[in-house]
Write a protein that binds this ligand. Sequence first.
Ligand SMILES: [Zn+2]
Length: 298
Amino acid sequence: MSRTSPGQAPGFQRFRLGGLLVTALYDGFVPILAEDLHGEPQTEIRRRLADAYLPEDGDLHTAVIGFLVEDDGRRVLVDAGSGSTLGPHTGHLREALSAAGVAAEDVDHVLITHLHPDHSGGLVTDDGEPAYPRATVHVSRAEADHWLDEKLTARATGVQKQIHEAAAAALEPYRASGRLDAFDFLDAVPGVCALDQQGHTAGHSGYLFTGGDEPVLFWGDTVHSHTVQLPCPHVSISIDSDEGRAVKARARVLDDVAGRGWWVAASHLPFPGLGHLRPDGEGYRWVPVHFKPLDQSY
Ligand SMILES: [Zn+2]
C-alpha cells in the first residue's frame, strides 16, 4: 500500500469585513534577501531576521498573495499572482480561486497594484490567453506607460528587461480585446479609490475599498519584509524603481493606515496577509486577523 503526502490545506481564506467578502488567495512564495534591503547596516537587518526565527540571509518563503473582493454581486480580483513567470513555487492563485469555489469566468474586474510579474504574470495562461476571460484589467496609466514603453523596453537589461517583457505579455490579450483600462489616479472602479504609491514602481497603486463601513486598503508592495520594514520603515529594497520615493510612499501609507484604523490586505505579509497596524516605537506592529467562522463579525 502506497502512502501519499497529505499536502497543505487549499490556499484560500475568507473574511467578512463590513459589507465586503474578502478571500485571500495564496499564489506561492518568493525569497526576500537581507542583502537586497538597504537603509540599515546589514548586521542590524540580519539581527532582526534572526530575532524573528528566520534565516539571517532573508525570509526565503515570503508569501505572494492576491485577493478576491465580492460586494453587491461584483467580483473584483486585486492582483493576479505570478502565472508561469517565476517558476513552480509560485503561480497557484487560480488553483486557490478554484478551491474557493469561484470560476475565473466569474471575475468582473482585475485591479493590478503594479506590473511586476508576481502581481500580473497570472493575467495570462501558459498559452498567452486571458486567464480571466470576462474581466476588465485596471492599472494606473503611469504604470502601463512605463512598462509598455518600447524605447524603455529596448534599452532595459537583465531583470528590468524581463519585467518589461512579462508586463507586455500579461496585458496584451486584454489590450487587444478592449478590456484594458489605464486609469488616472483616484478613479479605478466605483467604490474603489486608487492611492498613488509611486516609488516602488512608476505607477504603484494601492486600492482603498471605501464602500463598506470598514475601509480596506490593498497595498501591493508597500512592505516586502514586515520583519524589517515595519520596525524600520526607512529600509528600501533593491527592486524598488526609486528607493527614496518608495520610502516616502511607505511612510505616508503606514501613517494613514495606522492613524485611520483601516484594514490592510498585503501582498507579502504572512498568509492570509490581512490585519491592522499599530504605531510601535519608531515604526509599526502588525496585528493579524484570526481564523474564524464567516458569520462572526469583528
Ligand atoms: Zn511583489
